[in-house]
Write a protein that binds this ligand. Structure first.
Ligand SMILES: Nc1nc2c(c(=O)[nH]1)N[C@H]1C(S)=C(S)[C@@H](COP(=O)(O)O)O[C@H]1N2
Ligand SMILES: [Mo]
Length: 381
């Protein structure tokens, strides 16, 4: 299998990862215009105002990117997906054409980084944490088409003793503080792997874009984004439990209230809400503004959303305009009482009763922020 090198069109952005020799400086392939994205090193955050007027799905050109290093350009003609391990009876190796010939399904689902909302630990809770300082734009929803992972595993012959499924990406090895952690990989328990996980090769009706995992990636519904391994080349199925640095050293909750080795590895996402509005938006006074937004959860459909413009003193229910399997869109006609600075807050509840607390319980790596976000807006007379 060969990795193609980016050409001259892959111009330099704000990448902070030294590229392998011969590679362009940019960790990304797609264009990241500033009206659609905020770039944080090798990651690109979606601007929420870019979703106003969009349908249910986040178009591929504005879907956030979370790269540990850089987007590899994988040649589909030589790519193979290898399945192997002590939990399988055979060790098949599939080509891109083999994958496309298998029974496929399409799902609408979110990919959301575990660190989405992380910056609010520092800005709202006075609890600075390391890591990419996302606001709320480390989420995207797409229609993913691909082969259920269960189909691939059953065809390869699962043994009765199989317990864990470890997918590994083809992007460069990742080093942290001088320690090479190897290729990005993370085990999934067999039950989840057989439930609703997809080996996706299409995103919103197009072949997966390079930045989102071409030629194939996992899509793990409801779970933190790290489970959805991009550029997958290898899937190990094991009869003994597997770990990786992404299931032991990170993507757990660490800190007060958690054991020294951290919580169990993160699985499902939490409840969040966002306005489709620029950060520090300026709105004219003396008018009603139709505010639009979305709320979502990794554990169930959103059933209720309300909005406050006075830091939670009073709440008003919003109109849910379209409740889908991924996120729920809503709108609220806001008549600001007068000019001045405001903090707009939305909070949602899902069908399991999970909601959004005033503050998120602190954890040292800043995961699973579900607290109330104060979105700053200025109304000018
Ligand atoms: N191989 C590989 N897979 C990966 C990553 C990565 O850096 N390398 N990042 C993970 C993380 S942390 C997230 S949040 C999602 C982001 O998916 P996206 O870039 O398509 O939005 O991909 C996951 N899969
Ligand atoms: Mo992530």
């Amino acid at each position: 299998m060969e990795l193609r090198r980016p050409g001259p069109r892959d111009l330099c952005t704000a990448g902070d990862v030294p590229p392998p020799p011969g590679w362009a400086r940019s960790p990304f392939v797609k264009a990241l215009p500033p009206e659609l994205f905020t770039v944080h090193g090798s990651c690109a955050e979606m601007r929420w105002e870019a979703m106003r007027g969009q349908g249910r799905l986040v178009p591929n050109d504005r879907f956030f990117v979370r790269n540990h290093t850089r987007t590899p350009l994988v040649d589909a003609a030589t790519w193979r997906l290898r399945l192997h391990g002590s939990g399988l009876r055979s060790s098949p190796s599939l080509s891109y054409r083999d994958l496309l010939a298998l029974p496929a399904t399409t799902i609408e689902c979110a990919v959301e980084c575990a660190g989405n909302g992380r910056s609010f630990f520092a800005t709202q809770q006075d609890q600075p944490v390391p890591g990419t300082p996302w606001r709320l734009g480390a989420i995207g929803v797409a229609r993913w088409r691909g082969v259920p992972l269960s189909v691939l595993l059953h065809r390869a012959g699962l043994t009765d003793s199989a317990v864990d499924v470890l997918a590994t990406g083809l992007d460069p090895e990742y080093a942290e503080r001088g320690v090479n952690l190897g290729r990005v990989r993370r085990p999934l328990p067999l039950a989840k792997a057989l439930d609703d996980v997809l080996v996706a090769y299409e995103m919103n009706g197009e072949p997966l874009p390079p930045d989102h995992g071409f030629p194939a990636r996992l899509v793990v519904p409801g779970w933190t984004g790290i489970a959805s391994i991009k550029w997958v080349g290898d899937i190990e199925v094991s009869a003994t439990p597997l770990t990786s640095p992404w299931s032991t050293g990170t993507y757990r909750l660490f800190g007060p209230g958690h054991p020294g080795e951290g919580s169990a590895p993160l699985t499902t996402q939490v409840v969040k809400s966002a306005f489709e509005l620029a950060w520090n938006a300026v709105l004219p006074a003396g008018r009603t503004h139709v505010l639009t937004g979305r709320s979502w959860s990794g554990t169930g459909r959103i059933v209720h959303v309300e909005v406050s413009d006075d830091r939670g003193a009073t709440w008003r229910p919003v109109r849910l305009t379209d409740a889908g399997p991924s996120w729920t869109r809503w709108r609220y006609a806001w008549s600001p009482p007068g000019p001045g600075p405001y903090a707009l807050t939305a909070r949602a509840t899902d069908e399991t009763g999970a909601g959004q607390p005033l503050r998120t319980a602190y954890n040292t790596l800043g995961y699973l922020f579900d607290g109330l976000v104060e979105h700053p807006v200025t109304v000018v007379g």
